[in-house]
Each structure stands twice: as C-alpha cells, then as structure tokens.
Design a protein around this ligand. Structure first.
Ligand SMILES: Cc1ncc(COP(=O)(O)O)c(C=O)c1O
Length: 411
C-alpha cells in the first residue's frame, strides 16, 4: 500500500535545494526558526497564483472567479487572494467580516449556509452582502429583518436542482438536500418575489465539491446553464448574477489525476455561445475553495521518536489529527488513504524503508501516513504532508487532548 504517484506530482510544485524542501525560498529548518515552532502549516503564494492563472487560462473571461473562504480563512491567504480573484463566498459572519476587511467590494461577497441566525442575517443585510437564501423560511426572516432595519436585503436564491454533480467527493444538490430551495419550489416562488421587500440579485446553483472528472463537471455545467435560462425566464425582472457553482477538485491520493481544465473550458465557451441571448448581461460566477489553495499548502511536523512494534516501524511525531483531521481520514473519507508525504529535509535520499507515521494523540485514529516508503528517518527530521492548504487548522479539533494549536505562515 505504499504510495508514490501523487507524492511526485505534488512535490514537483515546490522548489528544493540540497535535498531540502523550500517554500518561498526558505527551508523547513529556516521556517521553523522564523516561527519559533516545530509544527506548522506553510503556504506558498506562488502556487496559489499559479492555480488562479490556470483557471483564467482555461475558463472564458466572461466567467468570474470567486474564492470560498471556508477552504482557508488564514488572513494573509485571504488578503493574497483578494488581489487575484473577483469575489469571495463566505459561510459565517466571521468569514464575512474577513471578506469586508480585505477590501473586497460588497457586491462581490456572497454569504451561504443552511442555518443562519438572525444576527448573522442582519449583519449581512447591514453590510449589503448578498445572502444566498437557503429556504422559504429564511427568505421570510430576511424580509422581516430588512423591514425592521429599513434596508432592502440583497439576496440570491440558492437552488437545489433536480440534477446532481456526478463523481463528486461531496454531492450537495439533487434529491433531498438541506442546502438551497428545490428547483420546483423556486419556480413557484418567483412570481411572488417582486412583491417582497428584498432585492433578488440572482441565483446560486452549487452542486458539489472535490470533482476530478472533467466529463462530470461538463455534464453539470450543461444542466446548470439550462436551469439558469429557465430561472431567468421565470424571474419577474432580469437578475444581475448567476453563480454556476464550483467543485473543481485536486488530486489527494495515489492514482488520482489532476482535473483537466481544457475540456471544461471549451465546454463553457460553447455554453456561453448557446445561451448568449438567454443570459446576456448577467454576471456569471464560478466559486472555488480547495482548487485555489490546497496544493499551495504543506503541513509540517517533526519526528519525536522512532520505534518498531512487531515488525512495523513507527515514526511518532509532534503533530497529527488535532491539526489535520482531513489527513487522518476522519473528515469524510470512507476508507482511509494516505495524503502524499515526504521527509522534507531528505527529499531524494535513495535508501528507503516502510514506515507508519503517527501523531502524539492516544488514539489509533491519529495516523499521518500508513505503510509508506520513505528515506531512512530519525528523530528531528521533518515530516511533510502535501495537498494541505485547504480544510486544515479550521477543520480540525485543535482542542482535542489539549496539545498546542498549530501556527500558519504564508511565504
Ligand atoms: C456553497 C459552497 N461553496 C464553495 C465550497 C467550496 O468547496 P471546494 O473547497 O471543494 O471548492 C463549498 C464546500 O462545501 C460550499 O458548500
């Protein structure tokens, strides 16, 4: 079960010198000294820029790029992406405040999430942020809050379409879902919307996440454009924007291949021509999280101990599940697979051994990598987990067992 395919792909993104991994020109030893820490997440701004450039090179210019802050809300990352993307999607009031303080124009910020408290809704109404409405009940609450505040709320109806995004890591549309309003219900609601005290800016059609199959995304885009045209035709006035969703995935595991954006971009170009009249003058948006940040980040911890138990060699580290839940396999994986890993100060050592890398927590769930072939490693060496720039510290139980929280740095 040792795993090298993706190790090479993701490793090749980063520079190296004398067998040492470099981020922003710094070795892991240097980053550790910079931070005064031996466990950290480090993000490379050049790789984030490359991901944005890849999107821009393939996806027609007409389609704007928004970043879903939930993937990585680290403030320097948000600031860096502010200058690279056209808008932000937020999932909480806290993320909304980050988006506002970054200087992103308010019209380019949207707020999604199936359960928003009145205080969160009011905060978005006061800010002028577009609320992606997730239910008829939420729309009623938004209308009432807007009336009391004497402000017209800016809203987009989040639509739960009848179709789904096939082959997705996470399916978030089609069938019964807690997200958005069912397409049929939206069509019934639209004639009444003109009488409501809200400004309907448009629609949000988000079907799923972590998709590596171009054909599945193309199929979803075809359905999404058809639905968008149907919604525009049924809308009492012309909407300003339509969010076409996202779902561009990144390869985490052995055997996975990078998403090929060439056919996705070509298909979007054809769809823009096909729906040129139906969607004329409407701003179109694709909203991505992990695609922009995951490959730019590594999680780094230090080997504390090396021991052999009945034939298995364990590297015991000072970081693990509490900082990086997704890597431990406990953030939505059915069968645990290894993220790509390396020893960051011994990148191309030829002599290798099979090891299992674990964290400091007293639970068998705290696995960093299981049965991987790596250079001969000793205490003090750096374990690097690639593809770690999204859903890291903020998607991990950092309080669990009271170990210190992890630090982050953007280089
Ligand atoms: C509404 C919405 N937008 C964007 C995302 C980001 O997904 P990803 O990081 O896979 O691009 C999600 C993920 O759950 C989401 O629910």
């Amino acid at each position: 079960m040792s795993d090298t395919t993706i190790q090479h792909e993701s490793m090749s993104q980063f520079a190296q010198r004398d067998n040492q991994l470099l981020l922003g020109g710094f070795s892991l030893n240097a980053i550790s000294q910079l931070l005064g820490k031996t466990v950290f997440y480090a993000y490379d701004r050049q790789i984030m820029l490359q991901q944005v450039q890849k999107f821009r090179a393939h996806v027609p210019e007409r389609i704007k790029l928004h970043y879903a802050i939930k993937a990585n809300p680290y403030w320097p990352v948000v600031q860096c992406l502010k200058s690279l993307v056209d808008g932000f999607d937020v999932a909480s009031q806290q993320e909304m405040l980050l988006a506002l303080q970054s200087g992103m124009p308010v019209k380019d910020i949207s707020f999604a999430g199936p359960g928003k408290e009145d205080a969160e809704l009011l905060s978005a109404i006061v800010a002028g942020v577009t609320l992606n409405v997730e239910s008829v009940g939420e729309l009623a609450r938004i209308s009432q809050l807007g009336r009391h505040a004497n402000i017209t709320p800016q809203v987009a109806l989040r639509v739960n379409p009848a179709f789904e995004l096939k082959a997705s890591g996470m399916k978030m549309a089609g069938g019964a879902k807690p997200f958005g309003i069912d397409e049929e219900q939206v069509l019934q609601l639209l004639p009444q919307i003109a009488k409501m005290p809200v400004k309907l800016r448009g629609f949000h059609i988000f079907c799923g996440s972590q998709n590596l199959k171009a054909e599945a995304l193309i199929d979803a885009h075809q359905h999404t454009f058809a639905l968008a045209a149907k919604l525009v035709a049924a809308c009492p006035y012309r909407p300003e924007m339509i969010n076409l969703g996202g779902g561009f995935g990144i390869p985490y595991f052995s055997g996975e291949r990078r998403l090929d954006l060439t056919p996705v971009g070509q298909s979007l170009q054809l769809l823009l021509q096909q729906y040129q009249v139906a969607l004329a003058d409407i701003e179109l948006v694709i909203e991505l999280g992990r695609y922009l940040v995951a490959e730019a980040g590594v999680y780094v911890c230090q080997v504390l101990d090396k021991k052999v138990s009945r034939g298995t060699t364990y590297l015991v580290c000072n970081g693990g599940l509490h900082h990086h839940l997704a890597n431990s396999g406990n953030f939505g994986q059915v069968i645990r697979k290894n993220y790509p890993v390396a020893i960051g100060n011994k990148l191309s050592a030829t002599e290798q051994e099979q090891v299992t890398i674990v964290g400091p927590l007293c639970t068998p769930l705290d696995i960093i990598a299981d049965k991987v072939l790596l250079p001969i490693t000793e205490p003090g060496d750096w374990v690097v987990v690639y593809q770690s720039g999204a859903y890291g510290p903020t998607a991990s139980p950092q309080q669990f067992l009271g170990h210190p929280a992890v630090v982050e740095v953007l280089l």
